[in-house]
Structure formats: structure tokens, C-alpha cells
Write a protein that binds this ligand. Sequence first.
Ligand SMILES: [Cu+2]
Length: 73
Amino acid sequence: MPDVYKTDAYKVDGMTCGGCARSVSNAITKAAPDAAVTVDLATGTVLVAGGIPAELVRQAVEAAGFDFGGAAA
Ligand SMILES: [Cu+2]
């Protein structure tokens, strides 16, 4: 049973502007409609709330054309 309150942080490389942030956010939300996505452009970090599986996030990020860097420390 997924923990809907869980928030995961990931590194995503290649985001340079608000448009990139939106692309990534939209891609993840499309793949996981329950996700709440927050992008921190300065650090290249994407916060995904909703207990979304990492593999699903990875596929969405890569399909949008960005590099998925795995879990952020
Ligand atoms: Cu951009």
C-alpha cells in the first residue's frame, strides 16, 4: 500500500529554465496523476509527493528529455 504522504527527492539534470521545470513537472504528473511535484531549478532537485514509485518518475523524466540522476541526498 503506497504511502501517499511520502515525498521523494530526485536529481534531474538538464533543467535550465521555468519551461524545463514545467516540462518535468507535467511529465511526472501525467504519469502519476496523484503526484504533487515541486521543482527546485537552482539545485536541479525535483520533489515528488504522493508515494510515487521511483521507476515511474524516472521514465517520465527521461521521456521528457531530461537526465534522471536518482535519489537526491
Ligand atoms: Cu528550459
